[in-house]
Design a protein around this ligand. Structure first.
Ligand code: SF4
Ligand code: SF4
Length: 313
């Protein structure tokens, strides 16, 4: 079996932050709900450590894991412990996670930094820039690779610009287009965002994907807390269960059944966008390759045509 990437999203659905646009804002879970999330994660971790080697590692194939929780996972000790153990395992190629970076970071010292990548989102309404930057400095001190980004709300752009200026130059800052409100961005707004994130226009685009080859379902899958496997977070058709012995037989090349794909964690797997040339090994945690960062030479083929740009959505 070839290298596999798993986007894991367990039942966790709570957060210590209160972003006004988010359904998980300040949502609390009961002790039994949190215990259920922990059990699911620990089962997934056991599969990654013990079962994966029988499928892939015997042939030198490696596993990448990207945690994309609803809510904030790194404030939970079981995610910290799982990430420590997974990064210390030779058949694990990469462990990445999306986080608001609000957690204590003393545990990170126990991770193997060569296998860890963090997708860190700055929420100006929830934390100060200086507090966020002090967390980034801890990551720097521990040689952890990370990207930093924010939702491109217009009221936050000056704060995002200030963050860009204070971040180390080598750290990529991305902006996620706010797509819920039609007509939200003017062309001038888009150009302003591009000055901070040269890839903003790619994120602001709903990429035409129906009938196009996408690696999800073959070398990339989405797994929930029960082990149920779908090709990605955006196509809900079940293709198997990770914990079935024969689950890998369900993996094969598939064309996308959706009209468009508008989220980084999905469209980066579309073959025709060729975004590995931009992100390389940092594709999951959204870290640009160093040479791209230096030159910002986004290939012309990746620049969306104007008819596919829906930055106003
Ligand atoms: S930090 Fe993320 S998960 Fe938490 S409320 Fe804000 S947007 Fe939602
Ligand atoms: S293009 Fe996006 S929606 Fe379509 S299969 Fe790939 S990740 Fe899923």
């Amino acid at each position: 079996m070839p290298d596999l990437t798993i986007l894991y999203r367990g039942p966790l659905s709570s957060c210590n932050y209160d972003c006004h646009y988010c359904p998980f804002a300040k949502h609390h879970e009961t002790a039994s709900e949190l215990a259920h999330d922990r059990n699911c994660l620990e089962r997934f971790e056991r599969w990654s450590l013990e079962q994966w080697p029988t499928l892939g590692a015997g042939h030198g194939d490696r596993l990448s894991i990207f945690f994309t929780p609803w809510g904030e996972a790194l404030i939970r000790s079981w995610y910290q412990k799982a990430i420590i153990r997974l990064t210390q395992t030779s058949h694990i190629k990469k462990v990445a996670i999306q986080t608001n970076l609000s957690c204590r970071l003393d545990w990170i010292d126990h991770c193997d930094p060569t296998r860890l990548g963090l997708w860190c989102t700055f929420h100006p309404s929830q934390t100060s820039r200086s507090q966020f930057l002090s967390q980034c400095r801890i990551l720097d001190a521990n040689r952890i690779r990370y990207s930093v980004g924010a939702v491109g709300l217009k009221e936050d752009l000056s704060e995002i610009k200030a963050l860009r200026q204070e971040l180390p130059a080598a750290v990529y800052l991305w902006i996620n287009a706010f797509k819920r409100q039609p007509g939200y961005y003017t062309e001038t707004d888009i150009q302003h965002c591009e000055q901070l994130d040269p890839l903003f226009r790619i994120n602001a685009t709903y990429h035409a994907s129906r009938g196009r080859p996408c690696r999800t379902g073959a070398s990339v899958i989405s797994v929930d807390g029960n082990g149920e496997v779908t090709r990605c977070h955006f196509v809900k058709d079940r293709i198997g269960n990770l914990y079935d012995q024969d689950f890998s037989e369900a993996l094969r090349e598939r064309l996308c059944p959706n009209d468009t794909c508008g989220c980084h964690i999905g469209y980066v797997h579309l073959d025709h966008l060729n975004l590995e040339t931009v992100f390389g090994d940092g594709l999951l945690e959204r870290i640009k390759k160093a040479d791209v960062f230096q030159k910002e030479n986004i290939p012309t083929a990746q620049k969306p045509r104007s008819d596919s740009l829906h930055a106003s959505k």
